[in-house]
Design a protein around this ligand. Structure first.
Ligand SMILES: [Zn+2]
Ligand SMILES: [Zn+2]
Length: 235
């Protein structure tokens, strides 16, 4: 019965390829065979803190060398380039939720081993504010976290971390304003002493969102805060 429903849904709302956006010939697959490696991946040299690409002999990127991070580590699968940006726009704003299945699959395929080594107690998607979630009806990170959690058999919590204010762009703020801006963005109501948590988001750019979330989670007692992002800016 489930299969029949799925076939009907596929006729009504055919699944598209997250890379070329064409209708998938095989509706049971997540990506066209020729698009399987269509996104550019972060290579084997990446910052041991934030996961951004670095030169072969470097351990940390310039930003992490001069700056203490609130989170323990971040890993990203892909580079945030034009192709990925377009894919994420369709995923987030134009209803292509099926792209999230491919994103989650890619995270498990390329970073799954590392996640297992971190051994998190819970996966936490970066939340949207209540207003934004209502407007969009969908949290892009939450959808990915659900699928990653199912695949790796790790529980997912959607309400442990709450977003109470929008993080304004950090660029125009001075250091004190930045700190305040970050500190106000999230809140955690539970006691997380002894917990290892894994935060999930779609894009890592300056790391300010992850910093804000990690600050909050650590203040609530979390022992380790690891992060996974689908893609990262070049640095
Ligand atoms: Zn394709
Ligand atoms: Zn770094």
């Amino acid at each position: 019965m489930k299969k029949i429903i799925r076939i009907f849904l596929n006729i009504l709302y055919p699944r598209h390829c997250p890379v070329c956006h064409g209708i998938l010939k095989d509706q049971e697959s997540l990506v066209c065979p020729e698009c399987e490696n269509g996104f550019n991946r972060v290579g084997s040299h990446y910052c041991l803190k934030c996961g951004k690409p670095v030169k072969a002999q470097e351990e940390y990127c310039a930003a992490c060398r001069g700056h203490k991070r609130a989170f323990d580590r971040n890993r990203s699968v892909f580079l945030y380039d034009g192709k990925l940006r377009q894919s994420l726009v369709r995923y987030k704003y134009y209803g292509a939720r099926e792209y999230g299945d491919f994103y989650a699959e890619s995270v498990c395929r390329f970073i799954g081993d590392e996640i297992r080594r971190w051994d998190p107690d819970v996966l936490i998607p970066i939340p949207l504010t209540v207003a934004k979630q209502r407007m969009r009806g969908f949290n892009q990170a939450g959808y990915m976290a659900e699928r990653i959690g199912t695949k790796l058999e790790i529980p997912v919590s959607h309400d442990l971390l709450k977003k109470i204010h929008e993080t304004r762009s950090q660029k125009k703020l001075n250091a004190a304003q930045r700190k305040q801006n970050l500190r106000n963005a999230f809140c955690v109501k539970e006691d997380l002493h002894g917990y290892t948590v894994l935060v999930i988001d779609d894009v890592y750019t300056t790391g300010s969102t992850m910093e804000a979330a990690a600050l909050c989670l650590k203040a609530a007692g979390a022992e380790k805060v690891y992060c996974i992002t689908l893609c990262t800016g070049q640095g």
